[in-house]
Design a protein around this ligand. Structure first.
Ligand code: PLP
Length: 373
């Protein structure tokens, strides 16, 4: 048996007619740039997330960069964030010469340790950039309390967090990305709501910010060839919007399939002493975008999986404070020991809605056979 880490082929062959119709419709109309499907998807995402505004852009990375620019995460101002994430969560700050201030992570959730944020706030701090990573949201009650106490802006990196919801202080569940000033999603193909290419979205409840995002994605123009700002060329492609509209119809089923697979992994691997299973913290509806383990002898386990034709991924092998591109920030090895330890042990197993239970079983048996020898 061969188990891919991820494939879009099963989904496409199951819903071929729908996808083909959606794509053909765009080709026939020729409405490639900001065609009506982009607006339709934005409306559908507003409805799904209960955010007042949703603006499609070219990628999650662009969404973060535009949002950071608009919130003033630039020109030497400090933004508190986690070093254990994808590059774009931090490059969006340094792109405009803002200064990321890293805080170590919680070893059980892999997210920023909210207890260490406040001690890093100073007069130069402008914002917090929490990242809802892998399978759960950051404690947004604590983030919003700290932000409120110090008048900080909050940019939620919800690139991985489509479908995740936070419930705090007795309030209703709030969709990831809709709690801070701005929130971003990525539609990278592997994501819970993934397109067949790059794509991203910014959501907000603030009308002024939403207006600015709309200008920024078309070079800063308020109307054609009239520029209020120097913005970006960053539109969500109509073809991707058409594909994502098909996928959004099935999103709740896809999320529960991911949950079932995670449950199977947890049940079958819970007696394996050499691995640590994921834990969720806080009252929230989690979504398993990624299923991670902390594994003893991780690199050898990875080799064993590869030998048995099982796909895996390592998110993230090197925390951002140790990346060459951020050397000017002056961090060094040992500054964030938990992030560094996790980076050496973490491994992600295949999880996508079309995976079969036989495949899950095969992955679990292969992991167990590695530790028996
Ligand atoms: C946490 C996080 N932030 C940002 C991004 C960037 O998104 P994109 O690949 O759509 O540019 C990703 C994913 O790739 C991500 O996982």
């Amino acid at each position: 048996m061969k188990v891919s880490f991820y494939t879009s082929q099963r989904e496409f062959s199951e819903k071929k007619d729908e996808f083909n119709r959606a794509i053909q419709d765009v080709l026939e109309r020729g409405n490639f740039i900001l065609g009506e499907q982009v607006g339709q998807l934005e409306n559908a995402i507003q409805e799904y997330t209960h955010a007042k505004f949703a603006i499609g852009v070219a990628s999650g990375t662009d969404a973060l960069t535009i949002a950071s620019d608009i919130l003033g995460f630039k020109d030497g101002r400090e933004v508190i964030t986690s070093p254990f994430t994808f590059l774009a969560s931090t490059s969006c700050i340094t792109k405009h010469k803002g200064r990321p201030v890293f805080v170590d992570i919680d070893e059980e959730t892999f997210a920023i340790d909210v207890n260490k944020i406040e001690e890093n706030v100073n007069a130069n701090t402008i914002g917090i950039l929490p990242i809802h990573l892998f399978d759960q949201m950051v404690d947004m009650d604590r983030i919003m309390d700290i932000a409120g106490n110090h008048q900080l802006k909050v940019l939620e990196d919800a690139a991985e967090a489509f479908g995740m919801r936070w419930k705090g202080n007795g309030r209703h569940y709030k969709h990831s990305g809709s709690i801070g000033d701005l929130g971003v999603f990525s539609f990278f193909p592997t994501k819970t709501l993934g397109g067949y290419g790059d794509g991203g979205m910014i959501i907000t409840n603030d009308e002024k910010l939403a207006q600015k995002v709309k200008y920024y994605r078309v070079h800063g123009a308020s109307k054609k060839y009239h520029y209020e700002y120097v913005g970006y060329n960053s539109r969500l492609d109509t073809l991707q919007a058409a594909i994502l509209l098909v996928k959004l119809k099935y999103i709740d089923g896809a999320i529960s399939k991911r949950g079932e697979i995670a449950k199977q992994y947890i049940e079958r691997l819970s007696d394996c002493k050499n691995i640590r299973l994921p834990k969720v913290k806080g009252e929230q509806q989690q979504v398993y975008y990624v299923f991670n383990l902390l594994a003893e002898n991780r690199d050898k386990l990875a080799e064993h999986l590869a030998k048995n034709e099982i796909g895996y991924s390592i998110y993230y092998p090197r925390p951002l404070h140790l990346q060459m591109c951020f050397r000017d920030l002056g961090y060094k090895k040992g500054d964030f020991p938990i992030a560094e330890r996790v980076a050496n042990k973490i491994i992600a197993l295949p999880i996508y809605p079309e995976m079969t239970m036989e495949e899950v079983e095969f992955v679990c048996e292969t992991i167990k056979s590695f530790y028996k020898n």
